[in-house]
Design a protein around this ligand. Structure first.
Ligand SMILES: [Mg+2]
Length: 251
């Protein structure tokens, strides 16, 4: 009997505790909308990634506040300091630069496309309509990223060979060469582009073997500069410099 009473008491207490838990749960859900309510709801979706709309707002603010330029300058100054100290100690020093969001800025199309990256489709420069990136590249109107241009100019002044290494296809060569010249990149040794029709799972699969090839040719790659980790992965550079780019990802 005593045992039964204990069990009953335990059962009753358990029911009471369960009831409190249910009330707490429903009470929390019944709260008016607000920070506390949103916090409780979001806990249900703990695996939910960052909101894309919020990320776009943050990316725009990062650019427009001047923080992006600040960070570009900071990386460029580090690269300039390094090549100044190192290039004279090396027989055939080389600098490798990526193009998009490294040597040249696509900020206009990034805004037009609301941070999307459609490759096909037309691009009308006179309008503000969204653009296909392939058509945009063929316009050849990207401005230089000035901090990178300073790295380039410093490398040339030091007598370094500069190689441009891009994921853009060969079909964009003449537009890209014209764009680089107009943006102030004069006197680079060679522009490496992806053969038309070739596909790589990662940009590193294309870029790292070309850096290895440059080493076999006798160059010592003192610095490699890019805006994507895949520009820098795979080695074959003494030091790598990653520029800020919260706008898109190239695997
Ligand atoms: Mg890039």
């Amino acid at each position: 009997m005593l045992q039964h009473s204990k069990s009953l008491s335990f059962w009753k207490n358990g029911l009471l505790l369960s009831g409190v838990a249910v009330l707490a749960l429903f009470g929390r859900r019944a709260m008016p909308s607000g920070a506390q309510s949103a916090q409780a709801d979001s806990a249900v979706f703990s695996s939910q990634p960052a909101n894309v709309g919020d990320a776009k707002i943050a990316a725009l603010a990062y650019h427009d506040s001047g923080a992006y330029d600040h960070d570009l300058n900071e990386v460029a100054e580090k690269a300039i300091g390094w090549i100044k100290s190192r290039s004279r100690q090396v027989a055939r020093p080389a600098l490798v630069l990526d193009i998009d969001e490294t040597a040249l800025s696509n900020w206009e199309i990034l805004q037009r496309d609301d941070f999307g990256r459609p490759i096909p489709g037309p691009c009308e420069p006179a309008s503000e309509a969204p653009c296909g990136w392939a058509a945009w590249d063929q316009l050849g109107i990207d401005p230089a990223i000035q901090p990178t241009l300073r790295v380039f100019q410093q490398a040339r002044a030091l007598g370094m060979a500069v190689f441009l290494l891009t994921g853009r296809p060969e079909s964009q060569r003449s537009a890209t060469e014209r764009n680089l010249a107009a943006a102030g990149y004069a006197g680079y040794a060679k522009l490496y582009m992806v053969p038309d029709g070739a596909h790589f799972a990662s940009a590193a699969d294309f870029k790292a073997p070309i850096r290895a090839e440059l080493e076999k040719m006798g160059y010592q790659i003192v610095a490699n500069v890019g805006d994507q980790p895949s520009d820098l992965q795979g080695g074959h550079a003494e030091r790598s410099f990653l520029l800020p780019d919260p706008f898109y990802r190239v695997p």
